[in-house]
Ligand binder design. Structure first.
Ligand code: 3PG
Length: 307
């Protein structure tokens, strides 16, 4: 019998698992579940006989891919697929997919939520500041960036965006000011919200020089990936610019240094939770399950991300 595995170190909401089960069992397949595992050996054992699998930020390394002897399709229920060894998938004839857009509203809501939290001093009772009237820069105008732009407009913020892969006209049609360079985005905006993927071109690209262009009181909001930050440069900036703050859904490796030195100028969620809502889990989970069934039954490769 065709077997589909949900392997999630950070489990989906139970309603999402039920929804995935309906799709998988409805197709006549068997569903297996591996949640909250602590050892990669558990994942390697679980993939041994599966035809399809759904993961989140779980690491689908070459070792995992090669242990999955029957695997035909792996779906990252979410946007970023930097956790999948795409080369190993291609070499082993496995289709890798993501589910773009399915969890993006949840991530965007968290970005704005963290901004409010910091602006109101962690709700400590002291006077904070408002978001209204401030400039926000969307760094990469994809699915999450668009939602952040929309919500920010509701707060009365002026929204700018930089994305070399999206036509300026398309950005401006949304009532967002498109800028020509990344430097212009950072020098114009009090807040910059990051939505770039982590890849060879973007890793460590958010560095001292770029961040230092931000105006007085600049705040970087990261719901993307910690790898895109040059942490050494970020720490130097925190030292040199006492007005600068960093909020992130993915704690940096140097989080202890922030805790020791920069009280009130940072906020990190304890565990990455931008996409951790019932709605996002259900949307991405159902999309992933349908993509697996459609690939196996009809060879439909929509949302394939490997060659
Ligand atoms: C994504 O790339 O979709 C987000 O980072 C969500 O990741 P998660 O599924 O691990 O919460």
């Amino acid at each position: 019998m065709t077997k589909v595995l949900i392997a999630t170190d950070k489990p989906f909401a139970p309603a999402a698992v039920n929804a995935i089960r309906e799709v998988v069992e409805g197709a006549g397949y068997e569903l297996a579940l591996l949640e909250s595992y602590t050892d990669k050996a558990e994942l390697i054992a679980a993939v041994a006989d599966v035809d399809g699998m759904i993961i989140r930020s779980d690491k689908a390394t070459r070792e995992v891919i090669e242990a999955a002897k029957n695997l035909k399709v792996i779906v990252r229920a979410g946007a970023g697929y930097d956790n999948i060894d795409l080369e190993a998938c291609t070499e082993n004839g496995i289709v890798a997919m993501n589910t773009p857009g399915q969890n993006s509203n949840a991530v965007a809501e968290l970005a704005l939520g963290m901004m409010v939290f910091l602006a109101r001093k962690g709700y400590n009772g002291k006077a904070g500041v408002e978001l209204r009237g401030k400039n926000i820069g969307i760094h990469a105008y994809g699915n999450v960036g668009k939602h952040v732009a929309n919500i920010a407009k509701g707060f009365g913020m002026t929204v700018y965006a930089f994305d070399p892969f999206v036509a300026k006209e398309a950005i401006e049609a949304d009532g967002v000011k498109a800028v020509d360079t990344v430097e212009e985005l950072y020098s114009t905006c009090h807040y910059v919200s990051l939505h770039i993927p982590a890849n060879d071109k973007t890793k460590k690209s958010i560095n001292y020089d770029l961040l230092n262009k931000m105006p007085e009181g600049g705040i970087l909001v990261n719901t993307a990936r910690k790898e895109v930050i040059d942490e050494e440069g970020m720490l130097k900036l925190m030292e040199d610019r006492k007005d600068f703050a960093y909020i992130s859904d993915i704690a940096p490796d140097c989080a202890d240094e922030f805790a020791a030195k920069y009280e009130g100028r940072f906020f990190f969620t304890p565990k990455k939770m931008g996409a951790q809502t019932a709605e996002a889990n259900i949307n991405a989970g159902i999309a992933g399950a349908n993509q697996i069934v459609n690939l196996i039954e009809k060879g439909d490769e929509t949302f394939r991300v490997n060659k």
